[in-house]
Ligand binder design. Structure first.
Ligand code: GLU
Length: 485
């Protein structure tokens, strides 16, 4: 079978973490089977349409390196597309849906409805009051052909509704197994709205068929729509695709992942300096785990091991702390050059390549986010502010701190510039100095490190000296002495 998957976002905002997972799984599945992956914009709900959302969705997919074979693309800021099954934006396919909706009216599977919004609202309220399922009461189904013709001719506002038959609908889901729903629970779904736009249900079925989609992998929230879709497939004579509905992504309190409990937009995570490969790795594991013996996987490994059969049935908790941990792990694995390139876009001020490289070398293990670089560089580029207490080692006192800093100042002043280009040489020189003068590490290294960083915890004094270089090291010791006296 020639596999074809799809990712059809609605342009209602940013790419959501859950949608990222859906996009990735469709992408993995297609890649794994040597198939095709398409992106389609489902913009038929004009009330929920957000200006700029299409561009942002496409840009985020691009930043996440999720490439697709067919779909909308931006060329020089203009919406364009690739592939032979377009248009890939539903608002550009209205004639197609209209034709299919009318076909169902002719075959008796759908009917015109002229009910006003007002009437439908009242009906709904009545049903709610007596605790009935809210459903259209089929008033317009009793209209005669003549009445319908007259209403249409007079330009009366109308929609086209599905005529849900009696009985039960069963379908197979790759993750859930067989699912049966009593048709009684299904409303006579509007297929074509008064504004000439289709609803999601008509458009999705028509497009998935016309675009040759073989596998529909999407969020669980759509599973209750499948029976309607199955009916449409049957009425149109389309072969059924394979369905797989993914479990929910949950907040730590097990509620559905929502903005109220943290960021849900992929862009927000990118802006904070989460790496693309971390988001791919982490989000992919919210639903399946290739081998269950580790948590770090490359994209290739994820593609190679992706299997619908391995997807969990129960919801997966989105744990931001774990994501942060994973980001730190990945940052540690980056080469210095790579880290320099990645942090550069996050800098808020000019930093020379040499200094940035040194900073990245000594700070790599302490960084969890690329964005951390903005505060980290400040430490090196400007004299940090701190309280004098921090300069005093817990087993010593102020007088000793002053004496040690005075002496180390002279020592640093005396050593050759070249030594400052090598962390190991710096360490050797200082270790020797401590030994030769019969001193304790803590008495010397604590006030020195604190004078250079102004922090309780920081890279070692040797690393700090290497980054700051001779003159700045001396300046900072002088500053510390001023504070102490
Ligand atoms: N446009 C729908 C959405 O935004 C797509 C649902 C589907 O994959 O069928 O989620």
């Amino acid at each position: 079978m020639n596999v074809k998957t799809r990712f059809p976002p609605s342009p209602t905002g940013f790419l959501h973490i859950g949608s990222l997972r859906t996009a990735l799984y469709n992408y993995f599945f297609a890649k794994k089977h040597g198939g095709t992956f398409l992106v389609r914009i489902e913009d038929t709900d004009r009330e929920r349409y957000v200006e700029g959302a299409v561009e942002s969705l496409i840009r985020t997919l691009d930043r996440m390196k999720i490439d697709y074979d067919e779909g909308p693309i931006f060329v020089n800021g203009m919406l364009n597309e690739k592939g032979n099954n377009g248009p890939y934006v539903q608002s550009q396919r209205l004639d197609i849906y209209k034709k299919f909706a009318h076909q169902l009216v002719y075959s008796g599977n759908a009917y015109y409805c002229f009910c006003s919004k007002d009437r439908l609202e009242k009906l709904r309220a009545q049903q709610q009051e007596i605790k009935q399922t809210t459903k259209y009461d089929r008033q317009c189904l009793s209209l005669t052909k003549d009445e319908i013709q007259k209403l249409l001719a007079s330009g009366e506002q109308n929609v086209i509704r599905m005529k849900i038959p009696e009985g039960k609908t069963t379908f197979h889901d790759e993750i859930r197994g067989d699912v049966t729903i009593d048709n009684q629970e299904i409303d006579d779904q509007v297929l074509l709205k008064a504004d000439g736009f289709p609803t999601y249900h008509l458009a999705v079925v028509v497009d998935d068929h016309l675009m040759g989609v073989t596998h529909i992998i999407r969020g669980e929230e759509w599973i209750s729509s499948v029976p309607k879709h199955i009916m449409l497939y049957k009425w149109f004579g389309f072969p059924l695709p394979i369905f797989a509905h993914l479990p929910l992504i949950l907040n730590p309190d097990k509620s559905k992942l929502s903005k109220r409990q943290g960021d849900v937009a992929v862009e927000d995570y990118l802006a904070k300096g989460f790496l693309v490969e971390v988001l791919v790795n982490f989000v992919s594991l919210l639903g399946f785990n290739p081998t269950a013996d580790r948590e770090i996987y490359t994209r290739e490994e994820l593609i190679g091991s992706f299997d619908l059969k391995k997807i969990n049935k129960s919801g997966a908790v989105f744990d931001v702390n774990k994501l942060l941990w994973m980001n730190g792990q990945y940052i540690k694995m980056l080469s210095e050059e790579e880290l320099v390139a990645r942090v550069k876009p996050f800098l808020k001020r000019e930093v020379s390549n040499d200094i940035l490289r040194r900073i990245c070398t000594v700070e790599k293990t302490r960084m969890n986010l690329l964005l951390d670089i903005t505060s980290i560089v400040e430490l090196y580029l400007s004299q940090p502010a701190y309280e004098k207490e921090i300069l005093i080692w817990k087993k010593s006192n102020k007088e000793d701190a002053i004496e040690q800093l005075k002496n180390i100042y002279q020592f640093i002043k005396s050593i050759d510039e070249n030594i400052f280009n090598d962390i190991q040489l710096i360490e050797q020189a200082l270790t020797l100095y401590i030994k030769d003068n019969d001193l304790q590490n803590g008495n010397v290294l604590w006030p020195l490190r604190a004078a250079l960083s102004g922090l309780e915890r920081s890279p070692s004094p040797f690393e700090l000296i290497w980054v700051l270089k001779k003159q700045e090291v001396m300046n900072r010791i002088e500053h510390a002495l001023k504070i102490l006296s």
